[in-house]
Design a protein around this ligand. Structure first.
Ligand code: ATP
Ligand code: FE
Length: 337
């Protein structure tokens, strides 16, 4: 079975072709236009999706060496995400499925970030049920109990900023360009994580909060630059290492609590922040010290991509979970709903 998948929830236009659970192509057009604004501008994102969608789909089909007449179904991101962005992918998927007279499959973007682990890939092993999924991205921070492909329960999530936002906003305060997460990761490698201690938020249970951290970094930088205007440039590596360390402590504390509460020691992470080298080494450490089993998808399946939409499409296809032409995009779309 060949499935075409389309992702357009935020600022990446992506199309993929899967043959069953194998990825034949996964094309991602990243919108550069948002860089100059220091964040995603929804209206511009929607317009760029309109320009990108046809060439991106053509490219995905060409790379997979598949004619559109060979497709068995079309999967698309229904939500959550920016409404204007979602509408482009949703309308495109609906019209193409109608034109080709093949089934349509709707996909929840956050479930896809978790099910990306089931893409069949030589360097990737899948977790076994039940496992804990932690999605750490630009818009979400969630710990999810995954009992089966389509039985998921959110155990905790952020009450304010997402972890990716915490990285990006901290980077912005240091004068780094958007998105600053990868840059903090890069400089953190050269710095001392204990140089500047930042307070950890006190949030009960498995929920997260990152907005307080941003505020304490802001006050810290204001105080220090008053004494020394070159403070940030002179201490970039140490500040980045300290910020990253605090964020990782928050994530690891909550994971530990989730493991204690559920007794589940298999942890599968996903989302753009899963690319962070610090979280990767902390998870490896937990494997050795705590006997956890951890799973991290390949980098291209961590950030937004259509291959992860395609694997959910394939799993739903095998179960006959199709949708009809009356389907509408959903900006807020909870996991398991
Ligand atoms: P969502 O999936 O919640 O809709 P999104 O799709 O915008 O959000 P992703 O593309 O999954 O988010 O992730 C982007 C985020 O990942 C950005 O905030 C970026 O800074 C962060 N990020 C990427 N690489 C790294 C890294 N190496 N270290 C820290 N953060 C990173
Ligand atoms: Fe995402």
């Amino acid at each position: 079975k060949y499935i075409l998948a389309i992702e357009s929830s935020c600022d990446d236009t992506s199309a993929a072709v899967l043959s069953n659970a194998k990825v034949l192509s996964n094309v991602v057009a990243t919108q550069e236009i948002h860089k100059q604004y220091g964040g995603v501008v929804p209206e511009l994102a929607s317009r760029a999706h309109q320009q990108n969608i046809v060439p991106v789909v053509h490219q995905a089909l060409a790379k997979a060496n598949i004619d559109k007449k060979q497709l068995s179904a079309i999967a698309f991101t229904r939500g959550p995400g920016l409404m204007g962005s979602l509408l482009v992918g949703t309308s495109f998927a609906k019209s193409l499925a109608l034109g080709l007279d093949i089934p349509l499959i709707e996909v929840n973007h956050m479930e896809a970030h978790i099910l990306a682990h089931f893409i069949e890939d030589a360097d990737q092993t899948a977790p076994k049920f039940p496992f804990l999924g932690m999605t750490i991205s630009g818009g979400h921070t969630q710990i999810v109990k995954v009992t089966d492909y389509f039985t998921m329960e959110v155990l905790g999530e952020t009450l304010d900023d997402a972890v990716g936002e915490a990285f990006d906003k901290s980077a912005k305060l240091m004068g780094l360009p958007y998105p600053g997460g990868p840059l903090i990761d890069k400089y953190a490698k050269l710095g001392n994580p204990k140089a500047f201690p930042f307070p950890k938020p006190k949030v009960d249970g498995l929920n997260f909060s990152f907005s307080g951290l941003k505020t304490s970094i802001l006050y810290f930088l204001q105080r220090e630059t008053q004494k020394n205007p070159n403070f940030v440039e002179e201490h970039m590596n140490d500040i980045c290492a300290s910020v990253q360390h605090t964020i990782l402590e928050i994530l690891m504390d909550k994971l530990q609590l989730a493991v204690d509460q559920t007794g589940i020691k298999q942890i599968a992470i996903g989302g753009g922040v899963a690319a962070n080298s610090g979280i990767r080494s902390r998870l490896r450490e937990a494997e050795e010290k705590l006997g956890w089993q951890t799973f991290i998808p390949k980098f291209e399946y961590c950030t937004d991509n259509a291959a992860m939409i395609g694997i959910v499409g394939y799993l739903k296809f095998t179960k006959g979970k199709f949708t009809d032409q009356s389907i509408a995009a959903k900006a807020r779309y909870a996991i398991g709903s």
